[in-house]
Design a protein around this ligand. Structure first.
Ligand code: NDP
Length: 295
């Protein structure tokens, strides 16, 4: 008897994208300025190319201009830095995104440091992350996937303040900023990672679970407190002969089991994934509004 409410990220993301499109056209009508997002893609990873294509399509649908630079896998880091510098100076560009991961010969830290914090719509610049971590400071941008998780909770009417939250995973792009954001929302936050002993005992205490690991079926129904809210960020390909492409995508959480214990759960696909792109558009719009001083 599945009882958990399904948190429909696709639907929420669609609503947000419509709100953004309306704001983009209001801004264009009022001051003639159109938000612009620049994407730099290095190398030919298929997954990265797909993400970049989806981001570009989403921009177009929202009326946001998109600019794209594609560089060969063996390009020099200086080449990437040159393009970042040009976008930093380009008044038509309000957001700059360097698609990760970069090729191994490049220094990710150098590259991310080069993006102007005013245009850091991915929220990965150390100044933005540092401000996110500090009390009394505000980052200009918050990383898109964790921001999408919070937005899903908010729009599903889930109270965060005073609740116990457990984040599984501590990566720079998802787990760590998700934990910081939940703490800013006044949750009491615990982080579980690969060296954590008895993760199930810790997860069991959580009113809100955010899982960002990358292992299918890791979080079982028995790990969850009855009534918990589960946000599953993981995207894992598992073999499935019944699918035409031979595999299907699942999250970190055993969905069947979780939906019998949790009060609400995000599906994969169709949960956090669509929210990530919606938050990127939202950050780009916010950046353009700030740069043009438009409310
Ligand atoms: P990383 O591989 O960078 O981080 C994984 C984290 O999980 C690490 O902190 C690691 O711990 C932890 N971990 C690994 N194994 C275990 C374990 N057995 N128990 C507890 N913790 C464990 O991944 P990302 O953060 O980049 O991504 C996580 C998942 O989210 C992936 O499936 C990815 O595809 C997905 N994702 C989805 C997005 C979306 O839009 N929906 C966007 C980005 C990512 P340690 O630090 O100790 O190594």
């Amino acid at each position: 008897e599945a009882s958990a409410k399904v948190i429909d990220g696709k639907l929420v993301a669609q609503q947000i994208r419509e709100e953004i499109a309306a704001e983009v056209s209001r801004m264009k009508d009022a001051i003639g300025a159109v938000p612009g997002l620049a994407v730099i893609l290095v190398g030919d990873r298929k997954d990265s190319a797909t993400y970049v294509r989806n981001k570009k399509k989403a921009c177009e649908a929202a009326g946001i201009n998109s600019f794209e630079v594609r560089l060969q896998e063996d390009s020099a880091e200086a080449e990437v830095l040159k393009h970042i510098a040009a976008f930093n100076d380009d008044p038509a560009v309000h957001g700059i995104l360097v698609q990760l991961p970069l090729p191994k010969h490049m220094n990710e830290e150098n590259v991310l440091n080069a993006v102007s914090i005013e245009k850091d719509v991915d929220g990965f610049h150390p100044l933005n992350i540092g401000r996110l971590a500090m009390r009394g400071r505000d980052p200009l941008f918050v990383p898109c996937t964790p921001k999408g998780c919070i937005e899903l909770l908010r729009r599903s009417g889930v109270q965060i303040s005073g609740k116990r939250a457990v984040v599984i995973g501590r990566s720079n792009i998802v787990g760590m900023p998700a934990a910081l954001l939940l703490q800013r929302e006044d949750a009491t936050v615990t982080i579980v990672h690969s060296r954590t002993k008895n993760p199930e005992e810790i997860v069991k205490q959580a009113d809100i679970v955010v899982s960002a690991v990358g292992q299918s079926n890791m979080v079982r129904g028995s790990w969850l407190k009855p009534g918990a809210v589960v946000i599953d960020v993981g995207i894992n390909a598992v073999e499935d002969a019944s699918c035409s492409r031979g595999y299907k995508l699942v999250g970190d959480v055993c969905y069947e089991e979780a939906s019998k214990v949790a009060s609400a759960v995000t599906p994969v696909p169709g949960g956090v994934g669509p929210m990530t792109i919606a938050m990127l558009l939202s950050n780009t719009l916010a950046s353009a509004k700030r740069i043009h001083n438009f409310q």
